[in-house]
Design a protein around this ligand. Structure first.
Ligand code: CIR
Length: 270
């Protein structure tokens, strides 16, 4: 049995799919959702999978003015009792944040909240955690000033930060091309990043490179109880999760993928 995440996930925040979801930004995996009823069905099945795994799930109402509002991962970064509210890297997504910030501040009594100012920009989807190491992408959405804000928080918390330049012509976010289903494993696809990009990993940790055509499937969520959410249709990813001794929960993400959204994008764990 593989060792699983130390930060067991217990509470999840999601946001409902608006009718306007068909207008979501789509430049990488998809060309825009076409079936909102199906997107809602897939989103509901995803939420149910979290509930069935024993998590407490809150779903905030959709915001029709913000077609991308379901992608809550980008709007807040929750680390060890602290919340960083980034300034999202795409202007159309900035005003999605207030209801999420309000919710988190009501839930997390005693949590410290910090913000991002000036030219700093970051999407939460550019952050990947492997135990006490945080990888952040320099991307179309996350810039150096944003990374410096994150660095201040992480150094205060005693965590290491490593910066990775992602190939922006091929990838939106770092989590679009990688994930950590456990605290020991990074899944990523060939053709995007090299082992050197991640740097030397702690003993017992490793990177597993999967075929380039399965890059979307490399985005998984390890729930910390041996279960891992994986997208339907990526056989090598599925096999790899099983070989790691983990239990995959397979979700059909087809309509969410059409909006460039991966599994991690739809949830904030707090
Ligand atoms: C966007 O382009 O911002 C959305 N259509 C997709 C955001 C996906 N979020 C993520 O990877 N964390």
């Amino acid at each position: 049995m593989a060792t699983v995440r130390t930060d067991q996930k217990q509470r999840a925040l999601m946001r409902a799919v608006p009718e306007s979801f068909s207008k979501a930004l789509a430049n990488y995996f998809g060309s825009g959702p076409t079936d909102i009823a199906l997107a809602r069905k897939q989103h509901a099945a995803y939420a149910q999978a979290l509930l069935d795994s024993g998590l407490e799930v809150t779903i905030l109402p959709a915001d029709e003015n913000h077609p991308d509002c379901i992608f809550v991962e980008d709007q807040a970064i929750v680390i060890d009792g602290h919340v960083l509210l980034p300034l999202p890297g795409h202007p159309s997504r900035v005003a999605e944040q207030p209801p999420i910030a309000d919710f988190l501040s009501r839930q997390l009594n005693g949590f410290q909240v910090c913000g991002m100012f000036g030219d700093a920009r970051m999407d939460g989807g550019d952050l990947l955690r492997l135990g006490n190491i945080f990888f952040v992408a320099r991307s179309k959405r996350t810039n150096d000033a944003g990374i410096e804000t994150l660095r201040s928080l992480l150094s205060h918390l005693g965590h290491e930060l490593r910066i990775i330049d992602i190939p922006t012509e091929k990838a939106l976010h770092l989590t679009s091309i990688s994930s950590t289903p456990t605290d020991q494993v990074i899944l990523t696809a060939e053709g995007f990043l090299s082992a050197d990009d991640f740097g030397e990993l702690p003993e017992g940790c490793r990177i597993i490179f999967l075929p380039e055509e399965e890059v979307y499937g490399c985005n998984t969520i390890g729930l910390g109880n041996g279960k891992v959410l994986v997208a339907k249709g990526y056989p090598t990813v599925l096999e790899t999760i099983q070989e790691l001794g983990l239990e995959p929960i397979v979700l059909d993400m087809s309509q969410i993928r059409e909006a460039d959204g991966s599994i991690t994008c739809c949830t904030l764990f707090f």
